[in-house]
Design a protein around this ligand. Structure first.
Ligand code: FE2
Length: 132
């Protein structure tokens, strides 16, 4: 399960709120997988996550454009790679069903990815934004 900590704040309130919501939605997916909930429920939580990730990346990319952030292109490429991975994993859940290895993969690639991305990449937007 992902746990929000204050040191994950990038110093932009809207983005921080969105990151917290992402954590909630990833945790909903992980719970549904671990609890062995059925296909319908899994379809709901995966759609719930996918929808919000789109919204969040769009908002973050809009902020980068607005402030003329210098590393936008690379950052957008990372978002796109995440989205591809997310779609692949969700397809795997739908096609093969849930197993322990897939829970571990989901946790690391769709969950822990955020901790790393926020710390190493998103925080730089916050620093740049707050210098403006
Ligand atoms: Fe980002």
């Amino acid at each position: 399960m992902l746990k929000w900590k204050e040191n994950l704040s990038i110093g932009v309130a809207d983005i921080d709120d969105q990151h917290m919501e992402i954590f909630r939605r990833i945790n909903s997916l992980l719970s549904a997988m671990k609890d062995g909930r059925g296909e319908n429920e899994l379809a709901k939580v995966t759609a719930f996550l996918e929808e919000y990730v789109e919204t969040h990346f769009a908002a973050e990319e809009e902020l980068m454009n607005k402030i003329d952030y210098p590393d936008t292109e690379l950052h957008v490429a990372m978002h796109n790679t995440f989205k591809e991975e997310m779609h692949d994993i969700i397809d795997e859940i739908k096609t093969n069903g849930v197993n322990k290895a897939l829970v571990i993969k989901t946790n690391s690639r769709l969950g822990l990815w955020w901790i790393d991305h926020i710390n190493k990449v998103d925080k730089k937007i916050g620093v740049y934004n707050n210098k403006q």
